[in-house]
Design a protein around this ligand. Structure first.
Ligand code: GTP
Ligand code: MG
Length: 448
């Protein structure tokens, strides 16, 4: 057991691991210190026990991602590996794309508690166009890294109680074709290899003959190498497991058979698949590599997988993300550049840009106001001109009307005068008419 510093913190996260690594940490810590011998027992030799107790108390978490085409035996293998029954019904495979389904379980073995997440890529390989099949898997893995990074960057972090959902191992199920890897397999593994520990396995290995299996394994490994796909290598730097891990690396990819069915063989109940011609024993190393996988994945390297996820894959994600955000460890002259300095530089850069933008906006505002002002002045002038024109027009019209009125009044007066004169003439005529009538009447009377 040895402590691993949690990124960005001076705390230590308890993890199990090699004594070699513990010695290395101790050596680094003691560099530059004086060596003293103790004259009696002090008690710090109980440190490893304290760490074991603490981690047992906290429990562990392990997240497995299963990637492989429909019906390759993913669920069956998980049930067989953990000796339990996880999922219920098989997922529907008529969806337009791949979607990720994650299930969390709490398991206990002796007094050790394990929070296990089994993540499935439902519908993988079901589509006619498989070009984008890897995308949702990559996005899911990145989303878990992002969630961890966000927790890490918080002021008030709760990493000790944080549910770490980062994927520690990706079991990549290869169809037992006996030929070569499909391009879907190569593309997906290539996209995933810098993000997760890939352990390739040949699924349903009972459907391929012994000779064909050896050739198939060699073919797969050579295809992975020639396409530059990095798969997880069981670590050989810890001498306690170097031998077994070295041997197991040569057996990759493991050819596995899964079954939850128990059959009586001799006087023992064993997990097996029974066929009309015989029985395939899941835990018989002559029949398949199931035991090798279980040993390597769970019993020997579970902690290394967790550690690699944190130290390699998450570290890469974190570095790229922080660089994307503009953080650097060194300045352009390759001199150390602290986070504080980066922050200050970014802040100044941001403030400078803000000021520039403000100035631009202010100038733009002044320009627009001036433009508007001149537009308004122009409009005002136009209005004045129009008003003057209309006023003049109105005055002319008024004058014309007045003239017309005056001439009409004159006409009326003249008419009235003519009328009065005519009336006078008419009455005079009437008067002289009646006098003449009287005179004639008188003359007629005189005549008779
Ligand atoms: P989906 O979740 O639908 O993608 O399927 P899956 O990959 O989880 O496969 P599942 O475990 O549901 O198994 C599908 C079928 O394959 C079942 O009938 C299993 O009994 C059978 N099967 C599982 N493992 C093996 C195996 O190792 N060999 C053989 N021959 N059949 C297997
Ligand atoms: Mg399934």
């Amino acid at each position: 057991m040895y402590p691993v510093p949690v990124a960005g913190s001076c705390e230590f996260l308890v993890t199990s691991g090699s004594t070699m690594a513990a010695v290395e940490v101790a050596r680094q810590m003691s560099e530059g210190a004086r060596n003293l011998s103790l004259s009696g027992h002090v008690g710090f030799d109980s440190m490893p026990d304290q760490l074991v107790n603490k981690s047992v108390c906290q429990g562990f978490c392990f997240n497995i991602l299963c990637v492989g085409e429909t019906g390759l035996g993913k669920s069956t293998l998980m049930d067989t590996l953990f000796n339990t029954r996880f999922e219920g019904d098989p997922a529907a495979h008529n969806q337009p794309g791949v979607h990720i389904k994650s299930n969390n379980y709490e398991l206990q073995e002796s007094n050790v508690r394990l929070k296990l997440s089994i993540v499935n890529s439902v519908g993988f390989g079901d589509q006619i166009n498989k070009e984008e099949s890897y995308k949702s898997i990559v996005e899911f893995i990145d989303a878990q890294f992002e969630a961890y990074l966000q927790e890490e960057l918080k002021i008030k972090r709760t990493l000790h109680s944080y549910h770490d959902s980062r994927i520690h191992a990706c079991l990549y199920f290869i169809a037992p074709t006996g030929h070569s890897l499909k391009s879907l397999d190569l593309v997906t593994m290539k996209k995933l290899d810098s993000k997760v520990n890939i352990i390739p396995i040949i699924a349903k290995a009972d459907s391929i003959s012994k000779n064909e299996l050896q050739k198939f394994k060699i073919k797969i490994m050579s295809e992975l190498v020639s396409n530059g796909v990095q798969i997880y290598q069981f670590p050989t730097d810890d001498e306690t497991v170097a031998e077994i891990n070295g041997t197991m690396n040569a057996h990759l990819p493991f050819a596995v058979v899964g079954s939850t069915e128990e059959i009586k063989i001799g006087n023992k109940m064993m997990k097996a698949r029974q066929y009309p011609w015989g029985t395939v024993q899941v835990e018989n190393e002559n029949h398949c590599d199931f035991v090798k996988l279980r040993e390597m994945l769970i019993r020997v390297n579970m902690e290394d997988l967790r550690e690699q996820t944190h130290a390699r894959h998450y570290e890469l994600y974190r570095r790229c993300k922080l660089e994307e955000m503009g953080f650097k460890d060194t300045d352009p002259d390759n001199k150390p550049f602290s986070l504080q300095e980066t922050y200050e530089a970014k802040r100044n850069e941001f403030l400078g840009e803000l000021q520039k933008k403000e100035e631009e906006m202010r100038q733009m505002f002044v320009m627009r106001v001036k433009e508007k002002e001149s537009e308004l002045k122009e409009a005002e002038k136009e209005l004045h001109d129009k008003f003057d024109r209309l006023k003049k027009l109105h005055q002319d019209e008024k004058k014309k009307l007045e003239d017309k009125k005056k001439s009409l009044d004159d006409e009326i007066n003249a008419f009235k005068q003519r009328k009065t004169a005519a009336e006078l003439l008419q009455s005079q005529a009437q008067q002289s008419g009646s006098q003449q009538t009287l005179k004639r009447e008188k003359e007629r009377k005189n005549f008779f």
